[in-house]
Design a protein around this ligand. Structure first.
Ligand SMILES: NC(=O)c1ccc[n+]([C@@H]2O[C@H](COP(=O)([O-])OP(=O)(O)OC[C@H]3O[C@@H](n4cnc5c(N)ncnc54)[C@H](OP(=O)(O)O)[C@@H]3O)[C@@H](O)[C@H]2O)c1
Length: 240
């Protein structure tokens, strides 16, 4: 048995999508606030998102200038900058693409401001990027030699280094799919938005990229709570 639990907390349309051109309406913005308020209700110390979600919602595609750092070998060992933080934002960023500028979430994401950033990398990232993370105080964990990371190894290490026992997995669809196929999702917390998104290209709740054929995973309904504006909050636990 793992010494930690993972709850996948997401807001989805009626057709199971997590983004798309119709996700910008006043209705979906309302459910964005519900999403945040339920996130707070969990009182978990850590949440996890994929590189694409962090780029879209936190770093806004910023790139840092790495040319000021020397290309000196840095051992591929975990770097722990802060074990006393009140909360942790965990990014799955195998290639080191995210343009972090400080060791905590900044003013651009007010609800999560001040939370310490942990990034999960592959050993392929550059020495200069590691030097940058050390300089600004972002913690980093290695979870694989190449881009396809071992997510269980990542959570095992974070559990050990930071004593975190509860994680909210908060999308997007590809990172959710990766955690689900690694057997790392224990519960679902789904906000059902009364909207059919409809866009073909929009991302589903669980997505699998190049490996679309996955065994089915069953869940048991634990609780249903109506929300304002015809929404629902659904909670499921994994069927063992
Ligand atoms: N409705 C909601 O509740 C909600 C919540 C969160 C996000 N979203 C939306 O979801 C959308 C983004 O979703 P997304 O599915 O495209 O992206 P994502 O899940 O945020 O990030 C996907 C990226 O994570 C990395 N990754 C995923 N699995 C991995 C694995 N096993 N090993 C190593 N790296 C792995 C890869 O990064 P690299 O490409 O760098 O290799 C991959 O491209 C955004 O539009 C966002 O707004 C919605």
């Amino acid at each position: 048995m793992r010494p930690y639990k993972v709850v996948c907390h997401m807001a989805t349309s009626l057709d199971g999508k997590v983004n798309g051109k119709n996700f910008d309406t006043p209705t979906t913005l309302f459910f964005g606030e519900e999403y945040e308020s339920i996130h707070q209700k969990y009182h978990y110390k850590a949440w996890i998102c994929g590189r694409v979600t962090f780029e879209e919602q936190v770093t806004y595609g910023k790139q840092v200038d790495l040319s000021k750092y020397p290309d000196t070998d840095i051992p591929r060992e975990d770097f722990i900058a802060d074990t006393e933080a009140d909360a942790y934002a965990i990014a799955i960023d195998p290639s080191g693409k995210l343009g972090w500028e400080q060791g905590t979430i900044g003013d651009d994401y007010e609800d999560r401001r001040g939370e310490h950033i942990i990034t999960v990398l592959s050993e392929e990232v550059s020495n200069r990027y590691l030097a940058h993370l050390r300089t600004i105080g972002v913690s980093y964990i290695f979870a694989g030699k190449s881009k396809q990371l071992d997510l269980k190894l990542a959570l095992d290490k974070i559990n050990r280094h930071f004593s975190i026992t509860e994680f909210l997995l908060e999308g997007g669809g590809y990172i959710n799919g990766s955690f689900l196929s690694a057997g790392l999702v224990d519960e679902l917390s789904l906000i059902l938005i009364p909207l059919v998104e409809g866009t073909q290209q929009s991302v589903p709740l669980f997505a699998y990229g190049d490996n679309p054929f996955q065994p089915g995973v069953e869940f048991i309904l634990e609780k249903v709570e109506p929300l304002a504006n015809s929404g629902l909050w659904l909670r499921y636990r994994l069927k063992q």
